[in-house]
Ligand binder design. Structure first.
Ligand SMILES: Cc1cc2nc3c(=O)[nH]c(=O)nc-3n(C[C@H](O)[C@H](O)[C@H](O)COP(=O)(O)OP(=O)(O)OC[C@H]3O[C@@H](n4cnc5c(N)ncnc54)[C@H](O)[C@@H]3O)c2cc1C
Length: 449
């Protein structure tokens, strides 16, 4: 941004490169970063603007040539990178309105789930689901179809009732599920390609409690022959495996105490045995960062994520990739990956397998397809992992895998397009909202346009 323009836009906007050297903060990941969360991507510019209001977003977009919104930068690829300019949404982080009649909450786009959740709970309300970590921004998460688990739970974007965004022409647009069905379905999971989202209205429901149980060593044979029953055994079920033995390392079962998808605890869960202490998904790691287990009931937002808000989630220094296949083919797809265990093993920390309900959002990884997501948390060995991904993608090809938009993948854009019925419609929608390609970055050029 030119100095003159910066001054014109007022003192509430700051250039992030100045903040990058700020050292008075204890959490190195809480200020404007020069890299993504995992540190495997260095952002291509230090020109970062930080709006505080929708009006500031409008002004910034009007003068920008090319700009990319950033949430909490937890993606593992260059989806949130840009060569020219970045717009950090971290200061737009407040609740705008709670509407108990409509059962909705409206928030600014940069708010994190971990900050919204306690507020909702204090008001006797809840969201339908959360991802494995609460640290991620709401707009950044819905843009990539971020998800938790549960055969009847859509991803986090399915809770969106309406969005407000500033498109590439600088126009403020509101799209709602009820009034603008088609355009809305194209605009929620939008990879930042249509505009900068400024506000999001989400469905809420009465608050509920959850008990979390962990089981160890689920025999693969039992899993494959009872796949549907196991994945649907409770409100949310996750499998953790390193693929190295004839059993799945851990099964995390999250059950609501209010009767919805209730689960009776058992000493024998399809051949797996109950853990006798809190576990980390990587069994060798300390579970101190993990949400409470052992069947102790607690609020939804302290049980649905695997990791607590105040701590580093997952392994920390890592890479991630994830592929979504049709639910009915989940067991077959898992067998395919298990057959690659010798190649995968040396580079993998852990895999997680989750279920996601089908939805109508055009670029959602679960679009019209109840899905099983096969996730990989890799050691940060970029070269080896990037060499392995095409092999995994080829092996999974019979299941038409859709990759997580925010994680690593190498699938060619033509193949990706063939796996999304509404891809052409999405491109048209993007052209309408962003005729000058202000939001197109290298990631979008390589994967969509
Ligand atoms: C430890 C860890 C665990 C994870 N667990 C899960 C999990 O359980 N489930 C899952 O599905 N994913 C998971 N992820 C991936 C993560 O949830 C997604 O990558 C998510 O998109 C990150 O949100 P963010 O706010 O950091 O987005 P960013 O990385 O900042 O941005 C992602 C995209 O959103 C766009 N964007 C951000 N804000 C806006 C805005 N206001 N307007 C328009 N576009 C915007 C960006 O331009 C970019 O295209 C995990 C990641 C990590 C690091």
């Amino acid at each position: 941004m030119k100095r003159k323009e910066f001054l014109q836009l007022g003192s509430s906007l700051a250039v992030g490169s100045l903040l990058n050297s700020f050292s008075g903060c204890n959490d190195p990941k809480s200020f404007i970063p020069t890299t993504n969360w995992a540190g495997n991507i260095s952002f291509s510019t230090g020109d970062i603007v930080i709006p505080k209001t929708s009006d500031e977003v409008i002004n910034l977009i009007k003068v920008a040539h090319n700009i990319k919104a950033q949430g909490t930068t937890h993606c593992f690829n260059r989806i949130a990178d840009n060569k020219k300019q970045l717009m950090a949404m971290k200061s737009m982080n407040k609740v705008v309105e709670l509407n108990k009649e409509q059962m909705t909450v409206t928030v600014e786009a940069g708010m994190r789930y971990g900050d919204l959740a306690p507020y909702l709970h204090e008001n006797g309300l809840a969201l339908h689901n959360l991802a494995s970590l609460p640290h991620i921004s709401i707009a950044g998460s819905i843009a990539t179809a971020t998800h938790g688990s549960g055969v009847n739970n859509g991803n986090l974007a399915t809770a969106v009732r309406s969005i407000e965004m500033v498109d590439g022409t600088g126009k403020l647009i509101v799209l709602s599920r009820d009034k603008d069905e088609d355009a809305f379905n194209g605009a929620v999971v939008a990879l930042g390609a249509l505009g900068v989202v400024t506000k999001v209205t989400l469905d809420v429901q009465p608050a509920y409690d959850i008990k979390q149980f962990v089981y160890k060593a689920l025999p693969n044979e039992s899993l494959y022959s009872n796949f549907e029953s196991i994945m649907g055994a409770a409100y949310s079920v996750s499998l953790f495996t390193d693929w190295q033995t004839d059993s799945v390392n851990e099964v995390w079962v999250k059950t609501r105490t209010d009767g919805a998808n209730s689960f009776s605890t058992n000493d024998n869960f399809f051949g797996a045995r109950p853990a006798t202490r809190d576990m980390h998904p990587i069994a060798a790691n300390d579970a101190v960062h993990c949400t409470t287990q052992m069947g102790i009931a607690g609020p939804w937002f302290e049980r649905l994520p695997h990791f607590k808000m105040g701590f580093t989630p997952s392994s920390g220094v890592e890479l991630q990739a994830e592929y979504f296949v049709p639910f009915e083919q989940g067991a077959e797809a898992m067998k395919t990956i298990a057959a690659m265990k010798n190649e995968i093993g040396p580079h993998l920390y852990i895999s997680e397998i989750r279920a996601i309900a089908a939805d109508d959002l055009w670029l959602s990884t679960a679009y019209k397809r109840k899905s099983i997501a096969i996730h990989f948390t890799w050691k940060q060995e970029t070269e080896a992992v990037m060499a392995l991904l095409p092999k995994i993608e080829n092996a999974l090809a019979p299941f038409s895998p859709r990759p997580h938009w925010g994680k690593l993948f190498t699938i060619h854009k033509d193949i990706l397009a063939s796996r999304y019925e509404r891809m052409n419609d999405f491109k048209q929608l993007a052209l309408r909202h962003d005729p000058e390609e202000k939001f197109v970055n290298d990631f979008l050029t390589e994967t969509i346009f």
